[in-house]
Design a protein around this ligand. Structure first.
Ligand code: OGA
Ligand code: MN
Length: 296
């Protein structure tokens, strides 16, 4: 079957068909997937059934893999492979976590618009989520994941704003983003392990050459500005960048694999019926250096 691409939105997101990602994926297919990522920033595959090992091996074709904050915490873990992030509401025994479970509350930070791991000195590139169990539609919502196009958002800014913000550097901090939802129960030593990181506010995507906003719930303020001014600028930019015309909302089906480019998108999870299991598995590729080392 030929590999085919169909856009899902005027700016962001496409669907790819004609490939079984559990089989060996050759370099021509990897190139075609990269081309789709560079153009659409989010790429959706349906009807895939990947084991965690297959997801890891597929993701590793696109770069070295991150071991996330969750997998590095002490204690038993539900998933065996450290490079596979557990994006679920399930505990080590596959039971739904209670409302006040610390790990559940920490993961609720994913409901804020963000780009992954921007609080790390070297942030990440691709996120890949694979749906193993999805909650049914409910009055609370269906647990969709929304993606916003930071390239289109940058393009739509007035020229004067672009000139004002192009050289700014924001400080990104996991403690700031979690603090916004009142989460402070970090394990002992995490503050020291994850100090804030400076990142360019405007990046040039190294593959597409397009300029893009680099925003995230982790972004706390602008370095060199009074905290209040920086925070207000970030609030305004976030409101602009997540306007509906820049957003693709992904409604999950079991077997979906969604790839996004964290360098030029934000994403957030949406609410769902918390009595139902939601089980997504994530692999993430690492960047090579800080955004400060990138060409402007
Ligand atoms: C993530 C994330 C959102 C969701 O896995 O990085 O933010 O919908 N997930 O679960
Ligand atoms: Mn995320």
């Amino acid at each position: 079957m030929p590999l085919e691409t169909r856009p899902l939105h005027p700016f962001i997101g496409c669907e790819m068909t004609g490939i079984d990602l559990s089989q060996t994926v050759n370099s021509a297919a990897v190139d075609a997937i990269w081309a789709a990522i560079d153009r659409h920033a989010v790429v959706v595959f349906h009807d895939q059934r990947l084991t965690d090992a297959q997801l890891r091996d597929f993701a590793a074709l696109f770069g070295p893999l991150e071991i996330g904050r969750g997998a590095l915490q002490a204690g038993r873990r539900r998933l065996a492979i450290p490079q596979i992030g557990d994006i679920s509401n399930l505990d080590e025994d596959n039971h739904i976590r209670s409302r006040d479970d610390r790990r559940r509350l920490d993961s609720l930070g994913n409901r804020l618009w963000h780009t992954d791991a921007s609080y790390m000195p070297t942030p990440v590139v691709l996120g890949m989520l694979h749906a193993v169990k999805v909650p049914p539609a409910s009055a609370f919502g269906g647990g969709e994941t929304e993606f916003a196009d930071m390239r289109a958002a940058y393009d739509a800014l007035p020229d004067a704003t672009k000139a004002d913000i192009d050289a700014l550097i924001a400080e990104h901090d996991i403690f700031w983003s979690r603090g916004q939802i009142g989460f402070t129960q970090f394990p002992l030593g995490e503050r020291e392990k994850y100090p804030p990181s400076p990142q360019r506010l405007v990046r040039r995507h190294p593959r597409s050459g397009r300029k893009t906003l680099y925003l995230s719930a982790h972004a706390s303020h602008i370095i060199g500005w009074p905290i209040a001014d920086g925070r207000l600028l970030l609030f305004d930019l976030n409101a602009h960048a997540t306007r509906p015309e820049f957003v693709y909302s992904h409604q999950w089906r079991v077997g979906d694999l969604v790839i996004w480019d964290n360098r030029c998108t934000m994403h957030r999870g949406r609410p769902h019926d918390e009595s139902q299991p939601r089980d997504l598995r994530r692999a993430t590729t690492l960047d090579e250096g800080s955004t400060l080392q990138e060409a402007a």
